[in-house]
Design a protein around this ligand. Structure first.
Ligand code: MN
Length: 501
């Protein structure tokens, strides 16, 4: 488990190396020193807005990633990320010195560098570029987030109009993407660092409110924490970590708006987080907490058996403690914690045992999904609006009868599911069983459903009625395609002459 991202003042190459030594090999560190020298040389004489030498910026971006124990090539690319755009040194030279993989990432970031948020009309265009960059290489986004976080940390030195633009862009574009990639730590930082520049008054108000709650509840929560620790120990459950976690300010702001600024309705401004070794311990810990304190009805949430749309897993429960105080507990394993904080970036965590990145990069199914969406966008730019909706809608996870997981937007139906598997299955789908019950094709699916599509080989094609209830871009466009093809052949049968367009 890694701790939250906090930057020390005056990061140097030695600070970075110290952090890298915790998980890297000697040869990796030599490579980092080479990249640092290369970048420092290229940026020589350049200063940032705040008067510091330019190299402090790529160094900080690399440091943020090192705190996440991320794969070494990504850190090399982070050190070099502004070289082609801001100096005389070319991508070819980077490739010659650091190889194709690093050069590819730097190229991706350089392309993204040209994206500027200019109000609503440019929004979709920006998104499009972002999607393309992501689909090509998701690591580019990980570096871009670290780059942006450091820019936000040093935003004070920028002129006000630029401050607003950069903060707004982070809030509207970067943070939702980080969320979608389940990178909770980055999402939280992007939002909370931008918040004061975009909504200064609201920021002050929310911060004062949270400070107040912390001051009031802090001592009490310490007591509850001690009681919990003791009880877990007595029951033989190993607690790896227990701490109070403050709700992030921007996310609290959004919840306050939802609840008409009635803070008494929000029970997780400070929550207690417990980390235990495995899933069995999570449920055992939940049981112990419920024996100690009475749970609030309807507030026990099992995100382990039913993960949130972005993949978030934990057990949540809200209980009445002594004196009627209400406390939220969040219980998870170290793996769940890493996935929640670092999301897709966890796939590039360095694994000491294997001496390389931890997981098979190919098993990230959303990346494939993204590539699919991208292809369609390129084919049909006018559909950007619906693509945006697909991506940002909340997601559900349903199963095929073989147990494969399919990721769909909320309220998607069996027809969406069928097209998602294959166009022919969509076109020929004739009925559906959800959890072994026959139901109508327009029934909305829920996370955890097992969906079996019944196919009629003789079916001529989709029904136009389906367009009224399908939710995904893929289903809509395939149905329209098939209906158009049918219309064309029907017209041809009646008018056997060439049809003018
Ligand atoms: Mn940069």
């Amino acid at each position: 488990m890694r701790s939250t991202i906090v930057l020390p003042p005056d990061i140097t190459i030695e600070t970075l190396v110290e952090e890298l030594k915790k998980y890297c090999r000697k040869t990796d560190i030599e490579m980092i020193r080479l990249a640092y020298d290369f970048a420092a040389d290229a940026h020589k004489g350049q200063v940032r807005y705040n008067g510091e030498p330019y190299i402090t910026h790529p160094l900080a971006a690399a440091y943020i990633l090192a705190l996440m124990r991320i794969d070494i090539n990504i850190i090399v690319a982070a050190l070099l990320h502004d070289v082609p755009e801001d100096t005389q040194v070319t991508l070819e030279e980077i490739e010659k010195n650091f190889g194709k993989d690093v050069a590819q990432m730097v190229k991706g970031i350089t392309k993204l560098g040209k994206i500027k948020y200019r109000g609503v009309e440019r929004y979709l265009e920006n998104l499009r570029k972002m999607f393309i960059a992501m689909a090509e290489d998701i690591r580019v986004m990980i570096i871009k987030f670290a780059d942006r976080i450091h820019n936000l940390l040093t935003l004070d030195a920028q002129p006000p109009n630029k401050q607003y633009r950069i903060a707004m862009e982070s809030l509207e574009i970067y943070a939702p993407i980080a969320n979608r990639l389940s990178m909770g730590e980055f999402k939280g930082l992007l939002e909370d660092l931008s918040f004061p520049y975009v909504y200064p008054k609201e920021y002050e108000k929310v911060k004062a409110l949270r400070d107040n709650v912390i001051a009031e509840e802090g001592p009490y929560l310490d007591k509850i924490m001690e009681a919990t620790k003791t009880e877990m120990k007595n029951s033989g459950i190993k607690v790896l970590d227990i701490h109070g976690r403050k709700k992030k300010l921007y996310s609290l702001y959004q919840k306050l708006i939802q609840k008409n600024w009635d803070a008494s309705q929000i029970h997780d401004i400070v929550a207690l987080r417990i980390v235990v070794p495995d899933v069995g311990d999570c449920y055992a810990a939940l049981g112990i907490i419920h024996q100690l304190w009475r749970p609030l009805k309807g507030r026990i949430k099992d995100f382990i058996s039913q993960p949130k749309p972005n993949g978030y897993k934990s057990l949540h429960t809200t209980v009445f403690c002594d004196d009627g105080n209400i406390v939220e507990f969040q219980i998870r394993t170290p793996e769940m914690h890493d996935e929640a904080e670092y999301g897709v970036a966890a796939h590039w965590h360095y694994d000491e045992k294997k001496g390389g990145a931890k997981k098979d990069r190919k098993d990230i199914s959303w990346a494939k999904e993204l590539a699919k969406i991208q292809q369609e966008v390129l084919n049909n730019l006018s559909d950007l609006e619906s693509m945006k909706i697909d991506f940002f809608q909340n997601r559900i996870f349903v199963f095929t009868p073989n147990g494969d997981v399919i990721d769909l937007p909320e309220n998607a139906t069996a027809v969406d599911f069928a097209y998602h598997i294959h166009t022919d299955i969509g076109n020929k789908c004739n009925g559906v069983k959800i959890n072994e019950q026959m139901v109508s094709l327009d029934t909305p699916l829920k996370s955890g459903d097992v969906v079996e599509v019944l196919v009629d080989k003789n079916r001529k094609g989709p029904s136009p009625d389906w367009l009224k209830f399908v939710k995904t871009h893929v289903a809509k466009s395939r149905i329209k395609q098939s209906l158009n093809a049918k219309k064309q052949s029907w017209l041809k049968a009646i008018f056997p002459l060439p049809i003018k367009k």
